[in-house]
Design a protein around this ligand. Structure first.
Ligand SMILES: Nc1nc2c(ncn2[C@@H]2O[C@H](COP(=O)(O)OP(=O)(O)OP(=O)(O)O)[C@@H](O)[C@H]2O)c(=O)[nH]1
Ligand SMILES: [Mg+2]
Length: 263
């Protein structure tokens, strides 16, 4: 894998650092030590830092600081309180992306549903296929959503996927898992992109707002949560629908606007 000293997006400190991993956390004191131990193995030879954007009320940030210091990883914790937590997971991920310095930014959950070894496969795919976005997909050969909790969640996930595929057919052609929470993005792609996700579907926001980005996928075997408690709630369904509608209108308006200007 290409790393230190390789040519990046242009000039700048990102040339020295290949990857920033962004992990949003809320009350993950049970999973954080397990995750950090796995990341220390996986990222041992990768010029990378790990940014935890934390909205916890428990001792998750202290645990991350302690385990991070012992792990040899370059770990940063951005802890948010009060109004800074507004938007929850979605604003946490955007804040992490904006704090990142690596050539690539990878977003993953803290509960080990996203196997850390896949980070290396995603980086390789990004470099070898010159991709702007690499998605860890549950829906390609070799992937699976077995770790998704219960039949109803699997059904909701299936309906949600086909809804967005129907609303954004051209942009999502060939994309099998537009709602995955595990993905890697070339950071330069997002430099001038305004991201306004609502809820948990940040990848969809990025895909719709970066029209010509090259997308590749690697298979994800979505694992069960390693420990701790799910933060998924029913109101996420409402957030998802609101977010999808906003993106739909944004895209239609922009399209009409572009046509009017060129016509
Ligand atoms: N910073 C931040 N992170 C959050 C927030 N809500 C959830 N997270 C984190 O986002 C990731 C995904 O949340 P999960 O609770 O695992 O949601 P899920 O994977 O859809 O649900 P399960 O399949 O039941 O685990 C985890 O790392 C959470 O700790 C939030 O409000 N703020
Ligand atoms: Mg989870």
């Amino acid at each position: 894998m290409r790393g230190k000293g390789e040519k990046g997006d242009g000039a700048g400190p990102e040339d020295a650092q290949l990857l920033s991993l962004v992990v949003p956390t809320r009350n993950e004191s049970a999973t954080a030590p397990l995750l950090i131990a796995r990341l220390a193995d996986v990222l041992a030879d990768v010029p990378a830092d790990v940014i935890f954007v934390d909205d916890s009320d428990d001792d998750t940030p202290q645990i991350i600081e302690r385990e991070g210091a012992e792990s040899g990883l370059q770990v940063r914790v951005v802890h948010r309180d009060g109004v800074r937590r507004r938007g929850g997971l979605s604003t946490a991920v955007v804040e992490g992306i904006r704090a990142a310095g690596g050539r690539y930014v990878c977003i993953m959950d803290a509960d080990l549903q996203h196997p850390p070894d896949l980070i290396i496969a995603m980086l390789r795919k990004a470099q070898d296929a010159d991709a702007d976005i690499v998605i860890a997909s549950r829906n390609v050969r070799g992937g699976s959503d077995a770790g998704l909790n219960g039949l109803s969640r699997k059904a909701i996930s299936w309906v949600a996927k086909w809804l967005v595929k129907a609303l954004f057919p051209s942009r999502l052609r060939g994309v099998t898992d537009p709602l995955s929470g595990f993905f890697l993005v070339r950071r330069g792609l997002l430099a001038d992109t305004v991201l306004r996700p609502i809820g948990f579907k940040i990848l969809l926001d990025i895909l719709i707002r970066t029209d010509s980005a090259r997308v590749k996928e690697v298979p994800l075997r979505f694992a069960p949560r390693a420990a701790g408690v799910s933060k998924a709630t029913l109101s996420q369904g409402k957030d998802f629908l609101a977010h999808t509608l906003i993106l739909f209108w944004h895209r239609r308006f922009d399209g009409a606007f572009r046509r009017r200007r060129s016509g």
